[in-house]
Write a protein that binds this ligand. Structure first.
Ligand SMILES: Nc1ncnc2c1ncn2[C@@H]1O[C@H](COP(=O)(O)OP(=O)(O)O)[C@@H](O)[C@H]1O
Ligand SMILES: [Mg+2]
Length: 257
C-alpha cells in the first residue's frame, strides 16, 4: 500500500490533550503537492490546535506527522520552518512600528552567502537586497497593499494586517504553507486578491493547507476539504461532495457564525 509520491504532508492518528481533556483526536490528513487542502469546522473544533502540532509549535501526544517522507512530529518549529513549511497565525504577528514594506523585508529569503562574497563582492549583496526589495514591492502590489506600503503596520486595519502577514510568508518562497484563517476580516476585494495569490501559488507547485470560515472562499480555491468537529475529522471530500453532505450542513452551519 505504497502512498503516492505526491503527498507532501501526512498526519496519522494525531492526538493532543490539554489538562487531560482531549482536543485534537486521532486526526489523519494528507496534503498533496501543488494542491490546496482546506480544514473547516466550527469555532473550537481544534483546527488551530491541529496546525500547532503539525508545525512544531506544539507536540502531539500520539501519532505521526511526516513532511516529504520525514518524521517531523518531534522537531522544533524553527527546524520545520527551515524545511520549507511555514504557517500564518490566526492573529498575525509582526513589527507594529515598522512599515508594511519593512515587515516584508525582515522575512527576507534564506540565501546563503559566503563570508568571501559578503566581504569581497559587495555588489552581489546589493543585488540580493534589490531582488528582495522588488519581491516585496511586487507582492504588495499583487495583494493590493501597494498604496500603504510605507505606513506603519500598527496603522493598518485588521484585514490589511492579515494580508501583510500572508505576503510576509511569501517572501521566504516556501514549499508548503499553512494559513490559519487568512480571509478573516479581509474586505471582499482583498479576498479576491488572496484567492488569486493562493491559486497562483498552487500553479507554481506550492502545497497549501488552509483553515477558514469563509465557505465561499474555501470552496472556490480548494481541491480537497476536511471537516473537523470536536477535534476529529468527521467528513472529507472534494468541495462539491462537502457542499452537498448533509452532516456538514448540520455540524458546520449549525454552530458556526
Ligand atoms: N494550549 C492550550 N491549553 C489548553 N487548551 C487549549 C490550548 N490550545 C487550545 N486549547 C483549547 O482547544 C480548543 C480548540 O481551540 P482551537 O484549536 O483554537 O479551535 P479552532 O481553531 O477550531 O477554533 C479550545 O477550546 C481551547 O480552549
Ligand atoms: Mg482557530
Amino acid at each position: 500500500m505504497a502512498e503516492s509520491d505526491d503527498v507532501v504532508l501526512r498526519a496519522d492518528n494525531v492526538t493532543k490533550s490539554f489538562g487531560g481533556v482531549t482536543a485534537v483526536d486521532g486526526v489523519a490528513l494528507r496534503a498533496r503537492k501543488g494542491t490546496i487542502t482546506a480544514v473547516i469546522g466550527p469555532n473550537g473544533a481544534d483546527k488551530t490546535s491541529l496546525f500547532n502540532v503539525l508545525t512544531g509549535f506544539d507536540q502531539p501526544d500520539t501519532g505521526e506527522v511526516v513532511l516529504y517522507g520525514r518524521r517531523i512530529d518531534r522537531e522544533p518549529a524553527w527546524k520545520i520552518a527551515r524545511r520549507g513549511m511555514v504557517r500564518s497565525f490566526q492573529t498575525p504577528v509582526g513589527f507594529p512600528l515598522l512599515s508594511v514594506w519593512e515587515n516584508l523585508m525582515t522575512a527576507g529569503a534564506d540565501q546563503s552567502e559566503s563570508l568571501w562574497s559578503a566581504v569581497f563582492r559587495r555588489s552581489r549583496w546589493t543585488r540580493q537586497e534589490r531582488e528582495l526589495a522588488s519581491r516585496a514591492d511586487r507582492l504588495l502590489d499583487e495583494i493590493g497593499l501597494g498604496a500603504v506600503k510605507d505606513q506603519r503596520l500598527e496603522d493598518l486595519t485588521a484585514g490589511q494586517t492579515k494580508l501583510v502577514d500572508f505576503a510576509r510568508l511569501m517572501m521566504v518562497q516556501p514549499q508548503m504553507v499553512l494559513l490559519d484563517e487568512p480571509a478573516a476580516g479581509v474586505a471582499p476585494s482583498g479576498i479576491g486578491k488572496l484567492s488569486e495569490q493562493v491559486s497562483d501559488m498552487r500553479a507554481r507547485g506550492i502545497t497549501l493547507l488552509i483553515i477558514d470560515h469563509n465557505i465561499q472562499f474555501v470552496f472556490a480555491v480548494s481541491d480537497y476539504v476536511y471537516v473537523m468537529a470536536e477535534g476529529r475529522v468527521v467528513v472529507s471530500g472534494t468541495p462539491g461532495e462537502i457542499a452537498e453532505h448533509p452532516t456538514v450542513a448540520e455540524i458546520y452551519l449549525g454552530s458556526a457564525t
